[in-house]
Design a protein around this ligand. Structure first.
Ligand code: BYC
Length: 346
């Protein structure tokens, strides 16, 4: 929303100038404000991909719901998967404020015309993967998403505030699960190390290609949709994760990882960008299965959508009928009121 101060300071400006001024003043663009077409398209692309990631992201963890090792772990995992569904819904709602329809976005996802995060195309082979997803994947998500709470588009920024609070609970539950396993048997510790070995590099790839190969970054940063570059956030994630790995007692699978005294950060190796490109193109280990399951769930849910539409129509018809009845009743009451007033000599 353009606040009164900004609007007053710019009385005679064009919509383009007002847009630039609002963004430069760190204020929010709201759905009814004028915005460049490319800004709208970028937001739809990013918010839709983000929403799809939340919904597809339920699948790798959902794989362990029926096999969680205790009732407590099952209840935690169920709550987490339900949170992801909620995040997807807030994000689809944020995308709809830009003039797109959620059904259209889902269609684009299941027909492969829109992307979702590469990370969810890897399998969850053991229960330790559930802990590592919480620790590393949700940890990466927090690094990436906390700055999005200051994104220039109001509905996206506001959705991110609640999402980040929940992600932070998710990360803690993952770390607590791993700490428990690390205090267990030798086999449990090996299981954690194996999961860390498989998820470390894909987690680094969540931040996207290196800055030199990121075609969208410069413009998204100028519009203050993205607040930091992919490489900056990746570095922040590595710096945050190394001490956590040390405390946990696991080794991160990167021989080039070493503390750089001069920079005050951790140097690390180059992710395998050809792997990221393959996964994004749909050739990761689980891409086909993820989309197939999403398509089946969408088709199986058709009756729910039909029932919701029928209910909404029935509810609207009932409301319209009761409105008509109320109007008729108030018309019928009018002469009586008039007569009463006359009797009272008014
Ligand atoms: N995977 O120019 P770039 C979660 C695409 S959900 C797939 O750097 P941008 C969770 C990119 O889209 C986490 N595709 O792009 C859920 C672009 O392609 P298009 C999801 C990727 O947008 C459940 C092209 O590569 N988080 O945490 O400036 C359970 C060039 O890239 C990826 C979000 O969605 C990738 N990793 O920056 C547990 C956060 N990386 O669209 C956890 C919001 C890049 O031009 N999104 N691509 O065809 C963002 O912050 C940004 O969109 C990205 C990419 C940093 C991901």
């Amino acid at each position: 929303m353009v606040t009164a101060e900004v609007a007053e300071a710019l009385p005679a400006q064009t919509p383009e100038d007002r847009f630039e001024a609002v963004v430069a003043a760190e204020q929010r663009i709201e759905p009814r404000d004028w915005m460049p077409d490319a800004y709208r398209a970028t937001l739809i692309r990013q918010i839709a991909q983000h929403a799809h990631s939340e919904i597809i992201g339920m699948q790798p963890e959902g794989n362990w719901l029926t096999r969680a090792p205790s009732l407590r772990r099952k209840a935690i995992l169920l709550a987490k998967a339900q949170d992801e569904a909620g995040h997807g819904l807030y994000l689809y709602a944020a995308a709809e404020t830009l003039g797109v329809d959620r059904a259209e976005l889902t269609e684009k996802l299941i027909s492969g015309r829109q992307k979702y995060s590469s990370i969810f195309n890897y399998p969850t082979l053991t229960f330790a993967d559930v802990g590592v997803i919480g620790w590393l994947v949700d940890g990466a998500a927090i690094c990436n998403q906390v700055p999005l709470c200051r994104c220039s588009y109001g509905p996206y920024a506001r959705a991110m505030v609640r999402i980040c609070k929940e992600e932070s609970f998710h990360q803690r539950q993952g770390y607590e699960l791993l700490m428990t396993l690390m205090r267990g048997t030798e086999a449990q510790r090996r299981m954690v190390q194996d999961a860390v070995d498989r998820w470390w590099w894909p987690s680094l790839m969540m931040f996207g290609p290196s800055d030199a190969d990121s075609p969208n970054s410069a413009r998204s940063m100028a519009w203050r949709i993205k607040r930091h570059s992919n490489d900056e956030l990746r570095q922040r994630f590595v710096d945050m994760s190394v001490p956590q790995a040390q405390h946990l007692g696991v080794t991160l699978p990167d021989p080039e990882l070493r503390w750089n005294e001069e920079r005050g950060g951790w140097d690390f190796g180059e992710p395998d960008w050809s792997e990221l490109n393959r996964v994004i193109r749909g050739q990761g280990p689980c891409n086909a299965q993820r989309i197939e399951r999403r398509r089946a769930a969408h088709e199986d849910g058709a009756w729910v959508r039909e029932a919701a539409v029928a209910y909404a129509a029935k509810h609207a018809a009932e409301q319209a009928a009761s409105h008509v009845a109320e109007q008729a009743a108030s018309r019928a009451a009018e002469p009586v009121q008039h007569a009463t007033e006359q009797e009272n000599g008014k």
